[in-house]
Write a protein that binds this ligand. Structure first.
Ligand code: IMP
Ligand code: MG
Length: 180
């Protein structure tokens, strides 16, 4: 039994276990592999949140793939600012490539919409999104993620790459904000 955790001023309770995550990551990797037989995928992981998810997912994919890590800044504290500045660190040519974006969480979808349109301007063959977590109630985006690990309620979560004001990313399970 995992215990509640205090991070900064808030208390979080265990929500998705290590085993549930590992199981889901395996399923997602199988789904992706089935859809891209004979194709080379370029994975683009969104830092910082997706680092752990990307690492675990890609270890399950034995074929020839590329991985690039990019950074966007849109989120401060416990509320999405809804603002994305730019994509930093993309130095791969996307022309004609099959791109799969890796995200830790799609909340309002504003970040991912912006990333998709920035990537599409480079004429890739296709662009899809694979997100570990998805909050359907918060989603305002245009393109639904094709690969979704867990649909979760509209409550703040931390762990497995996700932070609350930069703490909690190292946790190997996902925790949810506890209702007082
Ligand atoms: P969106 O633009 O609202 O979809 O938010 C995208 C980004 O906000 C994600 O990549 C996360 O970094 C962050 N985010 C959204 N919801 C949460 C949450 O519940 N916990 C931690 N970070 C979150
Ligand atoms: Mg993120």
């Amino acid at each position: 039994m995992q215990l509640d955790r205090q991070i900064h001023d808030k208390v979080f309770c265990p929500f998705i276990s290590k085993d549930e995550i590992a199981h889901k990551v395996k399923n997602l990797s199988s789904e992706i592999q089935k859809d891209y037989i004979g194709e080379e995928i370029l994975f683009i992981a969104i830092l910082n949140g997706a680092f752990m998810f990307a690492s675990d997912l890609l270890k399950e994919i034995p074929g020839n793939i590329q991985i690039s890590f990019v950074k966007v800044s849109s989120y401060i504290g416990a509320q999405s600012s809804g603002r994305v500045d730019e994509l930093i660190g993309l130095n791969t040519d996307l022309k004609g490539k099959h791109v799969v974006i890796l995200e830790d969480i799609v909340d309002t979808g504003i970040t991912i919409d912006k990333v998709i349109s920035l990537l599409k301007s480079q004429n890739p063959a296709s662009v899809e999104v694979c997100t570990l977590l998805f909050k359907p109630e918060a989603f305002l985006g245009k393109q639904l993620p094709k690969y979704i690990g867990f649909e979760i309620p509209n409550k703040f979560v931390v762990g497995y790459g996700l932070d609350y004001d930069e703490l909690g990313r190292n946790l190997n399970e996902i925790y949810q904000l506890k209702e007082e």
